[in-house]
Design a protein around this ligand. Structure first.
Ligand SMILES: [Zn+2]
Ligand SMILES: [Zn+2]
Length: 356
């Protein structure tokens, strides 16, 4: 029963993702967006939850690219769920709400992996940790990511302090946020390095190319990609990145290659705007150059997928995604056609709450 429902969901997602011209501005799945029940972080929804399924599943929680906020797609986040245990990968704005919408809840998330510390990947982290404390999570939560992750978690603990102090006095609670939440800085390596393992999941990381050399020379911050393996299945999450040889190595033979993607026409217009802004000495030239230089076009995604010989590509962190003011989204075919220049396997255009 559970399996057939799961297969139906996956099949539905694939058919919809592959149908040319399908413009669906809302999530595919009928989900109960009721607020979390007090203290559990789990919705009362009757929708099937990946928590009740066996094997390793990917749940897309936020598929918008970039730091803007829109009401169709949340900022970047995804869950890896292994035999019902959720692990969170990135935590952009909207991640907590979509953890609830997906039926995963937020109090059971004990391991969080960050690809880099741009705010479209971290904005919901203070909210998540504070709500876990208020939701009476009793186990520690560990946050893994590149340089700066430990400091980021310390800042989230500082954010949680006033709420905890008030409730410890007023509600006679005893737990302290600083003893529950732990950040771990991971090295950014040029060959794959094991970053985490427990009884269900192994995790390896590698540095990608989101931060250009000119920036890395002036800061210690780095950006990394992740490979998750469990139950004979492998899922690679690119993080934000331009074309990356390291990422190709990490993704080799993966079942799901979850990669950020920028539409080719958006890339070309951004390059032109960056040049014009630089020529005119405009203040936004640096932002436009960042967008053009540090992300992957759909063609780049196809090239990496082909070189790594992955089975299925899942596009996320979409640019423009739902950020085209006053217009509908690009049809899925726009994104798929770019990948198809190099890759002939299955291509899925991600949407929030898709389960794969
Ligand atoms: Zn991003
Ligand atoms: Zn970024």
């Amino acid at each position: 029963m559970r399996h057939s429902r799961r297969d139906l969901l996956t099949h539905t997602a694939r058919v919809a993702a592959l149908s040319i011209g399908a413009q669906v501005a809302r999530p595919f799945f009928a989900v109960d967006r009721a607020f979390a029940q007090a203290g559990t972080g789990v919705t009362g929804s009757a929708a099937p939850s990946p928590r009740e399924q066996t094997g390793m599943r990917l749940v897309l929680l936020g598929t918008q690219g970039g730091p803007n906020v829109n009401l169709q797609r949340a900022q970047n986040a995804q869950a890896i769920v292994v035999d019902g245990r959720p692990y969170l990968v990135d935590c952009g704005y909207g991640a907590v709400r979509n953890l609830v919408a997906a039926g995963l809840g937020y109090t059971q998330v004990g391991s969080i992996f960050l690809t880099h510390l741009h705010d479209d990947h971290t904005s919901d982290l203070p909210a998540l940790l504070s709500l876990q404390w208020t939701g009476s999570r009793s186990q520690p939560t560990d946050v893994y990511g590149p340089y700066g992750t430990g400091a980021l978690v310390e800042a989230a603990v500082a954010f949680a302090k006033a709420n905890a102090d008030i409730r410890r006095v007023d509600e006679e609670r005893t737990a302290r946020p600083e003893s529950m939440f732990h950040g771990h800085d991971l090295p950014a390596t040029v060959t794959a390095a094991q970053a985490f393992a427990d009884d269900r999941l192994t995790v390896r990381t590698i540095e990608n190319t989101h931060f250009p050399e000119r920036s890395k020379a002036k800061m210690a911050y780095r950006a990394i990609a992740y490979r998750f393996e469990a139950r004979g299945r492998s899922i690679v999450i690119s993080g934000d990145t331009a074309y990356s040889k390291n990422l190709v190595e990490l993704a080799r033979g993966a079942d799901l290659f979850v990669c950020e993607a920028m539409d080719q026409s958006i890339y070309e217009s951004t390059v032109a705007r960056a040049k014009a802004a630089a020529d005119a000495g405009n203040a936004n030239a640096g932002v436009l150059r960042h967008v053009a230089d540090t992300h992957s076009t759909t063609s780049d995604v196809g090239r990496m997928a082909a070189e790594a010989n992955v089975k299925t590509v899942v596009l996320t962190h979409l640019l423009p995604g739902s950020n085209r003011a006053g217009t509908t989204e690009f049809p899925d075919s726009n994104y798929i056609d770019g990948v198809r220049q190099h890759f002939s396997g299955e291509v899925i255009v991600g949407r929030d709450l898709m389960v794969l």
